[in-house]
Design a protein around this ligand. Sequence first.
Ligand SMILES: [Zn+2]
Length: 480
Amino acid sequence: MKRALAVAACAAAAAGARSAVRRVAEFRPVEPDVPPVDLDGLDADAAAGRLAELIRIPTVSSRNPAEVDAAAFARFRARLAELYPGTHEALEREVLGDGALLYRWRGTSDDDPLVLMAHYDVVPVAGQDWSRDPFSGLVEDGVVHGRGAIDDKGSLVAILEAVEALVTAGFTPRRDVWLSFGNDEEIAGVGAQLAVAALTGRGIRPWAVLDEGGAVVSGMFPGVPGQVAVVGLAEKGLLDVELTTTDPGGHASSPTRNGAPARLARAILAIEANPFPARLDDVVLGMVDAVGRHASGPLHAVFAHAGRLRPLLAAVLSRASREANALVRTTVAVTRLQGSPAANVLATTARAHLNIRIALGETVGSTVARLRRVIDDPAVRLDVVSGNDPSPVSRADNAAYALVAAAAKAAYPDAAVAPYLMVQASDARHFSQVCDSVYRFMPFDVTREELAALHAADERISVAALHRGAGFFRHLIRSL
Ligand SMILES: [Zn+2]
C-alpha cells in the first residue's frame, strides 16, 4: 500500500530516470580537481571507539521474528542518542514501524533535501569461523573488528561523526539533510519503504540520496593500478524461482528411468549450458570509460573506444572474473536442492531453488520466459517465489553526481571516480522509485579481503578508512 503510494506519486521521477539511461551512454565525466578533504576536528580513535560500542550491541536481523532480539535494537537506538548528543538535540528524530530511524536536519533554504542512508541491522554469524569474537568490537592495530564494521554500522557512524562535528561547530546545511537509518535491510524489510512514504506523504522529493554500495577499491580492474572509487548508479533485479519435478515414487530397489531427480538435473544443466547473453549496459560502459583512462598499455586504447567495442568488452569481462561476469549478464545460482527424504525411497518431488540477479534491460517476465525456453520441458514446473525488476538508472550528468564525485575525490585524491552497477540489492532501490539521483557509495578504502568479509567471517574496517569516511560526509554536507 505504502509502496504503491510512493510509486504513484513519483511516476514522473521514474520517467526521468528512464531517460537517464541514455544520458549515461554519453557519460564522459570530467575528473574533479578538488583540494583534499580536511580532517581537522574529526577524532579517528573516538570514532572507532563509538563504532566498537555499537558493534557490541547485536542487532541481528532474521526473517523469523522469534529470533530477533528487539531489546538489542531498542538499546542501539538509545545508545545512539547518548553517543551523539549534539545531533539528537539539533535534528528532529522519528521512529518508523519496528525501529527505522528518520532524522531531519533543517537547512537554511527550501531547496530539495539530501538523504543519507544506512542500516543498523546486521546478518548472523552462525556457522562462520571468526578469528575474534564478532560482537566484541575489538580495536586492534588500527582496525575495528566485528559484525557490521562495514555493513553498515561503519557508514552510519561515519555519517553521525560528520553531523555531530558540524552541529557542534554551529554549522547549518544549505539544504535540509535527512538521515534514514533502516532496521531491516538485511531481510529486505519495510524500514526504507516507510521512510520513502514518510517523505513523499509530506510532498518532499529528495534532491539526492546516498546509500551503501560501491567503495574505494584497488586491483579490481585489469591494467588499472591504484584506487578507484566506484559509485553505484543502479542495481540488478533479484528473482527467486523454484523448479519442481514430481513422480509417483516407490521403492528404490526398482527405479524408473528418467525420474524426477534426473529431469530436474537436466533442467539445471540446460540452464548452466545456456547462460544469459553478456551485454555491456550503459552503466558498465560508463564505468569502463572512466576507469579506462587510468589503464596502462594496450588496455588504455581498448577502454578508450569502449563505446564502439561493447560486444568485445562484454565478452572479455564475462571471462575476466566471476565479479566481472556478474556485471555483464543476468546470473543464475542454484542454491537449495531437495530430493527424496530417505535413502531407499524414490523421490516423489525434486526441487531446485534458483537465485537470479537480473541485468539492466531485462525484467522478471523476460527472465522467466527465457528460463522456460531453455529448460524446454513441460514436466518441469517453474514457480516465481519473489521478484524485483532492476532499479532505474540514476543520472551521472548532474550537479548531485558531481558533488558526490568531488567529495570522493577530496577524501581520496589518488582515486579515479567511476560509475558502477550494484549486483546486490539494497534499500536504495526504494528511493530510486522517487528520485533520479540515488547513489550507492561507501566512502571507505577497502581491500579485496575486507570486501570478501562482508556477510562472512572477520568483517572489519580500518580506523583510517572510518576517519576518511567521516571527512567525506562532512565535506559533502558543507558543499551542498
Ligand atoms: Zn548492508
